[in-house]
Design a protein around this ligand. Structure first.
Ligand SMILES: [Fe+2]
Ligand SMILES: [Fe+2]
Length: 330
């Protein structure tokens, strides 16, 4: 990797970094921290929500209305789905939204920890620190919003499976590793964003879920920008070996996500055999396509910045998250 500063005709200095990958050199544009953070703070001032007043928590929940588009439910287009009644399918969509929200809270708690570690390391009066703290405040509201949504469903949130729960505790106490941290953050933010964008736009699904999704999508857009810019800087600052090592760790973490998000108890709750349902979902070509589709923006960006380079690429491929053809779901 090499970093160059060029002064193009515009007169504005612009830095680029060349990332050496097996498929050739990738040149990425680097931005300055302070102006980016200043812009994101200005956006945050204009477009922030208070879910306590901006969500109609008492909106009636019609028992026949899906909680997310059925195409996103894990068993869609499987023989099990064909045997389910409409009410069972709706109930499963509700349970799966609650599962995704629970996973989201777990991920946001870890992300807040990353943002605080970032703020700790920069000048406390800098825009960069101010933005990191603004994002912590956003995530605080999101996690409370997701928790309240699950309760409004008449359900409870769930901790991730024990291994993920305990690894999360170790990650929270781990040293500051911006490459791994912002890459992991982007994976989670990009796939949840894909799911929520279609949910917020679909007039056929529960209004409560649409409102929560809309708030999250609007506020996450700036989080994604921040994580992408930090990730580019981290890639530019690391050696090829360190980047490939980090990319492998992130690929492993990502390959677990499809199994991590939906707990088998969601299937049991709608009267299905949890083991069988889990097996059917894992083998479903549609489900695999949904996962690849939800990660598509993330994989495109990771490819650009050299995070699909080396053995990481094989892990993404084996997990079905990097297909040859771009998956079409919507
Ligand atoms: Fe969030
Ligand atoms: Fe976020």
């Amino acid at each position: 990797m090499s970093v160059q500063t060029a002064a193009p005709e515009t007169g504005r200095a612009r830095r680029t970094a060349v990332i050496r990958c097996r498929d050739g050199d990738h040149t990425i544009a680097l931005t300055e921290r302070e102006p980016v953070a200043e812009r994101l703070i200005a956006i945050s001032r204009k477009r922030s929500f208070d879910p306590n007043v901006d969500v109609d928590w008492d909106a009636p929940q019609d028992p026949d209305v899906f909680y997310m588009p059925p195409q996103l439910v894990s068993l869609y287009e499987t023989p099990l789905w064909d045997r389910m009644t409409h009410r069972q399918r709706v109930e499963l969509s509700k349970r799966e939204v609650a599962e995704i929200a629970s996973f989201g809270i777990w991920a946001e708690l870890l992300l807040m920890n990353i943002l605080l570690k970032t703020a700790y390391r920069f000048r406390y009066d800098s825009q960069h620190t101010a933005y990191a703290l603004t994002e912590v405040a956003d995530e605080c509201r999101h996690s409370m919003m997701f928790g309240r949504m699950v309760r409004a469903f008449g359900l409870r949130t769930r901790r991730p499976i024990p291994i993920a729960y305990h690894l999360g505790k170790i990650a929270a106490g781990a040293p500051y590793l911006p490459l791994q941290m912002f890459a992991g953050t982007l994976v989670v933010e990009e796939f949840t964003d894909s799911l929520q964008r279609v949910s917020m736009a679909d007039e056929e699904i529960q209004p409560l879920v649409r409102q929560v999704s809309r708030i999250h999508v609007i506020e996450e857009a700036r989080h994604i920008k921040y994580a992408r810019e930090e990730l580019k800087r981290a890639v530019a600052a690391s050696s090829t070996a360190r980047r490939r090592f980090a990319a492998m760790g992130v690929a492993r973490f990502t390959s677990w996500i499809p199994r991590l998000v939906i707990h088998p108890s969601a299937y049991a709750a709608v009267g299905l055999d949890p083991k069988e349902a889990q097996r059917v979902a894992a083998a479903s070509p549609h489900r695999r396509a949904v996962w690849a589709w939800s990660m598509r923006r993330c994989t495109r960006f990771f490819d650009e910045v050299g995070l699909l380079d080396g053995p990481a690429r094989r892990i993404w491929r084996r997990a079905g998250l990097l297909p040859d053809e771009p998956p079409q779901i919507f």
